[in-house]
Design a protein around this ligand. Structure first.
Ligand code: SIN
Length: 530
């Protein structure tokens, strides 16, 4: 734990607090400099963040022959009918400048012998447009550069080892955040004029995920409890090719492998994607994830075969995936990799506008914890790091314009049980199993109602505010999934398998509305049978 101001003998923080030490949080804080800002993070900055695990890279239409229009068209096509075109246009248009910023921070994107940036191809992109580092190490390299930059920036104060629990409000606007030391203890109220939520995704609400354990949907839970509107919570992206070796979190086999020609086969050795989509292995992620889910459900299994397309070049081209495979006793140069879908990204989140503003005055958000509308119902590969840098910069610019002068603030011990030891392991495991089984790749009414009943039961016995945030986020996802009686992108209902024109729109939902959906569904069907 590291509270600079505390070590100096007095509690001080800044009037702008960024919550989260992943890509979006760090980029936002750096962009605010030299204006003062505090970063409050659960782990030392850069750790516990999905960004550091990203293998693909950042999509940006910067090669000759590529265009913003083409990147936009691919983003809209992948998004399955609900992309906010104006927001997506902002995202793809700002891409070149943000990649330039990362180069300035020293990110060593791969280049060819002539010094030009090398681009990889990923599913549903019509061009090679993903800048990457050493093949599959983009996230780690970007985070190393940004952590270094943050630690050298005197205007950024770090409050590490604190878990955000509740956003406080007064007179209709945000007044601060209550956070507790990660290991337990007395909560502290950090007053603030502006809070920026950059707490990442929701992976740890699911039993099978590619995200680090810190991705537990805290930002969505806190924002919803404070009254913010949540966008598109039902749209959850399952990455098709997590390596299925029973590890938690599940290691990822990047989509760039399929971009290089790797194929998907079942245990008979039959390639199954060409019969499902004309783009075969390069179909949008939701399509490939469902196809793999169905092969596994039918008992045929699914494997990523890289032996012909990549073969002996695997260790050098994809060192991270190669390491994961070797740790599991698999040699991807010679044998197919067993794969299965795993929760990977949340298209939904805190509803924000082009400036990163939420519906609560004084609350901004950026990165995966938001729902900007740029991804619609299904995110295009390597648009996630892009969204994080684009909208964190926009949020920083907006905050600086609104509050040009900074103020020191004085945190105080907050009311609240000092003996809140955090989530109970068995309850978390039950929630995760429920979400994977009933709110996973394929859903139906019976499973969603069962999930809402389990969430209600877990809420009744819960004494942990942190677990309460997890349950709130899970409830929003399950309730919105129950209400959306169609299939679209990352929301597949086996009882409503088609997309419906009346549902060709985003979801905007408050916690009260989610509770109304749950209350309406539960009385008749409350039986919980895990
Ligand atoms: C991958 O490398 O397959 C993941 C990239 C992403 O989630 O965009």
């Amino acid at each position: 734990m590291n509270i600079h101001s505390r070590e100096q003998g007095a509690w001080t923080s800044d009037d702008v607090i960024v919550v989260g030490g992943g890509l979006a949080g760090l980029f936002c804080a750096l962009r605010l400099a030299p204006r003062r800002v505090s970063i409050l993070a659960t782990a030392p900055i850069g750790q516990g963040a999905s960004s550091a695990w990203a293998q693909g890279g950042i999509a940006a239409a910067i090669s000759p022959g590529d265009s913003i229009e083409s990147h936009l068209a691919d983003t809209i096509a992948a998004g399955a009918g609900t992309v906010d075109e104006a927001i997506a246009r902002l995202m793809v248009s700002d891409a070149a400048e943000r990649v330039h910023d990362l180069l300035e921070y020293g990110v060593p994107f791969d280049r060819d012998l002539a010094g030009e940036l090398l681009m990889s191809r990923e599913a549903a992109h019509s061009e090679r447009r993903v800048v990457h580092v050493k093949g599959d190490m983009a996230g780690a390299a970007i985070m190393t550069a940004l952590v270094d930059a943050v630690r050298k920036t005197p205007s950024i104060r770090l409050i590490e080892g604190y878990v955000g629990e509740s956003i406080t409000t007064g007179d209709g606007q945000v007044s601060g955040i209550v956070a507790r030391p990660r290991g337990g203890g007395q909560p502290v109220h950090f007053p603030a004029r502006a809070i920026v939520l950059a707490t990442g995704g929701i992976g740890h609400l699911y039993a099978v995920t590619t995200n680090p354990p810190e991705s537990e949907g805290a930002g969505v839970g806190m924002a919803a409890r404070a009254g913010a509107v949540i966008g598109d919570p039902e749209f959850v992206q399952f990455h098709p090719t997590a390596i299925a070796v029973g590890r938690d979190p599940a290691p990822l086999a990047t989509e760039a492998l399929r971009g290089e020609g790797a194929t998907l086969v079942n245990s008979d050795g039959t390639r199954f994607m060409p019969a499902i989509d004309p783009l075969a292995e390069l179909a949008p992620r939701d399509v490939v994830a469902r196809a793999i889910h169905n092969e596994i459900a039918a008992g045929r299994g699914a494997f990523l075969d890289c032996t012909e397309a990549i073969g002996a070049e695997f260790p050098e081209k994809f060192p991270t995936v190669y390491g994961y495979c070797r740790d599991a006793g698999i040699d991807p140069v010679r044998e197919p990799i067993p794969v299965a879908p795993a929760e990977h990204f949340h298209m939904g989140g805190v509803l924000t506008d082009a400036r990163g503003r939420s519906t609560l005055d004084g609350l901004w958000a950026c990165g995966e914890t938001t729902s900007t509308g740029a991804h619609g119902a299904n995110r295009l590969a390597s648009n996630s790091l892009l969204e994080a840098v684009v909208f964190s910069a926009r949020a920083a610019d907006d905050i600086r314009a609104r509050y040009p002068d900074s103020e020191e603030m004085h945190p105080v011990p907050a009311e609240g049980a000092a003996d809140d030891q955090g989530p109970d392991g068995a309850a978390v495991a039950r929630l995760r199993q429920t979400m994977t089984r009933d709110v996973g790749v394929v859903r139906d009414r019976a499973g969603l109602v069962r999930a809402l009943a389990t969430i209600a039961e877990l809420e009744n016995g819960n004494r942990s505010i942190r677990f309460g945030n997890m349950l709130t986020t899970a409830k929003l996802i399950a309730a919105a999934a129950l209400a959306r009686t169609e299939s679209r992108g990352g929301h597949e209902r086996s009882d409503y398998p088609e997309s419906a024109d009346v549902w060709r729109h985003r979801t905007f939902i408050t916690l009260d509305e989610a509770e109304g959906i749950a209350a309406e569904a539960l009385p008749a069907e409350t039986a919980v049978c895990d």
